[in-house]
Design a protein around this ligand. Structure first.
Ligand code: WQD
Length: 356
């Protein structure tokens, strides 16, 4: 073990560099924010990313925020041999596996690319984690596996899993099934499936944030890109749902909160003795409508948004929020930031991209 020192404004704390955490997709949206929080909590993340859906500028952003240099291996998680070399090189304490495709619409057009990347990537990471005796593993799952909740808008981890309505959603369901089978086989590993709701926003420094490739589909990037002039207007998909204002509600959660959930998750896993798998919702428990997001944006930015109602989007869930009691109980983690914080940070990030 090599000892290093992490500086903060008042003192120097010894940094335990034996705490290597492999972060696949560490240059991506949630990955980059998680790398920052890991570093700030004394871990040493090792990023594996091939930049097919992310930008190298994220690495510079992370380094600037944390005032430290980041170790990166430019590897495709589907390449078992190359990924194996990374496992061989470092004695990992844990793996956080983000690297995956995530666009619902694209997955319908390119199902095989999604199954190859998301399933093979996971299988490779699990196989190598077991081979190299890495005990702690976090998998990026999604609330999409709940589909349209049958009985309540608030879903607990025990709520029914609905048939996936996209190949993307299916890769997350299959991913969890693979993990369940691995645990049933007696593998000596502890796994957390973190089921994210709707991660939004950016780091308060505006040095890292969401980088949608091509035309965005998710609401927040559509809002900020419309305000900046990259998109002409926002189409609000549907105004006749049975909700407070006729538009769909989602559990939008600040990406920095999501990132911190991973740190709490890794810490919790490290404390556990036996093999296990746990599913945990990562949300705020609160719902916000599409119109509320638009109004919040206008309020915080002072910009007038061009928007109109359009038809419902096929496959949209009406309302879904996380029951957050398990994350509080198990991980001692809860979301701290508000939707307003997320919208402010997303706008600051969009302005920063423009200036750059
Ligand atoms: C939010 C709301 C739209 C764009 C995402 C991921 C999914 C899963 C969950 C990770 C909906 C409305 C959007 C627009 C709009 N995440 N909207 N106009 O559908 O909850 O799904 O989060 O696994 O994979 O895709 O998020 O941001 O696309 O939509 O009116 O131009 O905004 O109808 O009500 P969604 P979203």
């Amino acid at each position: 073990m090599t000892a290093g020192f992490k500086s903060n404004s008042f003192n120097f704390e010894p940094m335990d560099t034996s705490k290597y955490i492999l972060v696949t997709g560490g240059a991506g949206f949630i990955g980059s924010h998680t790398v920052v929080e890991l570093i700030e909590n004394g871990y040493t993340p090792i990023i594996v990313d091939d930049f097919r859906n992310s930008e190298e500028s994220a690495i510079k952003g992370i380094e600037k925020i944390t005032a430290s240099s980041v170790t990166l291996r430019r590897v495709d998680v589907c390449d078992l041999a190359k990924l194996g070399e990374v496992f061989k090189e470092f004695n990992f304490e844990g793996v956080i596996h983000f690297a995956a495709y995530k666009a619902v619409g694209e997955s319908v057009q390119k199902p095989l690319a999604y199954y190859r990347n998301n399933i093979l990537g996971l299988v490779n990471c699990l196989e190598l984690a077991i081979k190299y005796k890495v005990k702690n593993f976090v998998f990026s799952s999604s609330c999409t596996i709940y589909g349209e909740p049958k009985n309540a808008k608030i879903v607990t981890e025990e709520s029914d899993i609905q048939p996936a309505n996209s190949p993307y959603g299916n890769t997350k369901q299959i991913g969890e099934e693979i993990i369940n089978d691995v645990i049933k086989s007696g593998a000596n590993i502890k796994i957390l499936n973190l089921r994210y709701f709707n991660p939004v926003g950016a780091h308060s420094s505006a040095l890292i944030g969401e980088m949608p490739i091509g035309k965005p589909n998710n609401l927040l990037p559509v809002v900020t890109q419309t305000a900046i002039g990259k998109m002409e207007k926002i189409t609000v998909y549907g105004n006749d749902y049975d909700t407070i204002d006729g538009t769909c509600l989602r559990d939008y959660i600040h990406v920095v909160d999501v990132a911190n959930a991973h740190v709490s998750g890794v810490k919790w896993l490290q404390e556990q003795k036996n093999s296990l798998v746990e599913n945990i919702n990562i949300g705020t428990g609160k719902g916000t409508s599409v119109l509320e997001i638009i109004h919040t944006f206008e309020e915080v930015s002072g910009e007038k948004l061009k928007w109109e109602f359009g038809p419902r989007r096929e496959g949209d869930v009406v309302e879904i929020f996380a029951d957050v009691s398990k994350s509080k109980r198990l991980l001692n983690w809860e979301a701290k930031k508000t939707v307003k914080d997320a919208v402010i940070s997303a706008w600051k990030w969009e302005l920063k991209i423009k200036n750059d």
